[in-house]
Design a binder for this molecule. Sequence first.
Ligand code: HEM
Length: 370
Amino acid sequence: STIYPFHGEHQAGVTTAAQDRLHFAAYDVSDISRAELVSLLKDWSAAAARMTAGRPVGDGAIDGQKDAPPDDTGEALDLPPAGLTITFGFGPSLFDHRFGLEDKRPAALIDLPHFPGDALIDELVGGDLCIQACSDDPQVAFHAIRTLSRIAFGRASIRWSQLGFGRTSSTTRAQVTPRNLFGFKDGTANVKAEDTARVTDHVWVPRGDSAAWMTGGSYLVSRKIRMTIETWDRTALREQERVIGRSKGEGAPLSGGSEFTEPDFAKLGHGAVAIDAGAHVRLSHPKQNDGALLLRRGYNFVDGNDDLGRLNAGLFFIAFQRDPRTQFVPIQLRLAKNDQMNEYIRHVGSGIFAVPPGAAVGGYVGQTLF
Ligand code: HEM
């Protein structure tokens, strides 16, 4: 079973080969002091280091005193960590007077603007803190969020959370491109861990960027995007491919070639451009966005069904970047205005978080902030 080290220059769970399962949670911090916030982050880091190494937290599930509740809840006892990564982030609302962090808020940690067509539900937006737990085993990812929430009791509580059951991105060249719930390959043109120059330029915060404490960190934008798959499923294959701009089978650009052929946006086919003016891959491509790139790391979700019997399905979009002001925001603005896909999707949740650099052995995530 794969074990990813918790400590290091960067937090794991960003360029790490995307695991199959996600449990993501955003937290509101309670009325606690700055010192108590720091001790929460220390406790979280210590527990995360143990769990990602495949060890139970504290005295474990069975080795503690019999007359006290066990430190570890136990459901991961016989399970290997299955590539568990635990990634922590800080939302804009953490940087207020409560903790005296006003001056430390990075300029890049903006309040996201309202995008055309946004249908955000208050209960699915924001958060002072976030935790992204990814593993190839859903119970291991769940155990991480459950345990960290339990450790936070009285100090922070879950504001919203999301389970994801299938990755919608590949983040290394060795991984096969998975499919999203529209049935299309997703992640083909993603930033991959092997593209070290792209990762350095577009994902990690470099030394000398606005907030020094974020050096080696990144910014996470999450969007819960409902996909009206019933409508999509009544749409002709030709139309589905026109909306995406790629073939459904191989995922090749409609301008020709195979999956990893670079799209040719000028190429004509049937008297018009082969890749439609409103196709998702045209509008999201770096060529239309001043070279902006994202490291996408999203997951498919299905949260049961609505009262009309439609599946409450979609994509929990997660993207990492060096600066959302020049990456997520302009891309999403262009998509929100013109993407043909908008007929089939609705953004219902949103979050933006500063993901600090990794912790050194003996240190904790967020240490550079305090
Ligand atoms: C590419 C699906 C939302 C940014 C793609 C591709 C698919 C896809 C099938 C082509 C394969 C690939 O290169 O990965 C979807 C679906 C979405 C969604 C189903 C919503 C439910 C978004 C959002 C953004 C985004 C919200 C960013 C604001 C991108 C980018 C690419 C891409 C940057 C790569 C473009 C390129 O370089 O060729 N998406 N996407 N997508 N998407 Fe999305």
